[in-house]
Design a protein around this ligand. Sequence first.
Ligand code: KIV
Ligand code: NA
Length: 261
Amino acid sequence: MRRTVKEFRHAKGQRLVYLTAYDYPTARLAERAGVDAILVGDSLGMVVLGYSSTVPVSLEEMLHHTKAARRGAPDTFLVADLPYLSYATLDRALFAAERLLKEGGADAVKLEGGEEVAEIIFGLSRAGVSVLGHVGLTPQTASQLGGYRLQGRRPEEAERILKGAMALEEAGAYGVVLEMVPKDLAKEITERLSIHTVGIGAGSHTDAQILVFHDVVGLYGEFKPRFVKRYLEGERLFLEALSQYVQEVREGVFPSDEHSF
Ligand code: KIV
Ligand code: NA
């Protein structure tokens, strides 16, 4: 049964599980594994499209993948990322959200930023769009943050992230992703908010956790940030299988009579 946004809004301490998924097979697997929510993250730019960051991802690309993920997971709450600059104004944000919700089949959208995006979130919420916030390391503007690194170590930076998260709650967000912040800061933010927090690289005190599908199953090369736990050596296993196929065709082992008519 697909969860409702109301169930997430005050899901404090429930240890809900989010996972990204980007297409039919990955969303299908996520749903069968029993995740509480799927995020069609703009991380798809890196892990399935081969861009070097999330910046180039277009609304059309997000839509294409959101539709496919929805077909694979018809019964799971599904959040789609608004891509970089698609929420620079409220008009643009409403346009992008409309497409992802109505054509893509998403239940909610996510966008990055703190106090500076509160007004956009307020406008989306007032129009009836469920919004997930995202503070700490915000990949779309990572260059301005000095790259993909821990955020909120210095007290004034921690204060800015906390204030940002509180502004998002005030603006109507149903939850907030906390990415790459010290676990004590994530704990404090989680305690101060009445909406649920979703951590990635933010320790164990957030209400929910999220990881990137391809990181969990080892399908994104050698790169593994410290906060990722790789549960499968996917690339190695896939490579073994594919190499065997190549070899068996060349040696005349495949197809055998069993695979012939
Ligand atoms: O795009 C993404 O996968 C994300 C999560 C890491 C939160 O934004
Ligand atoms: Na994202």
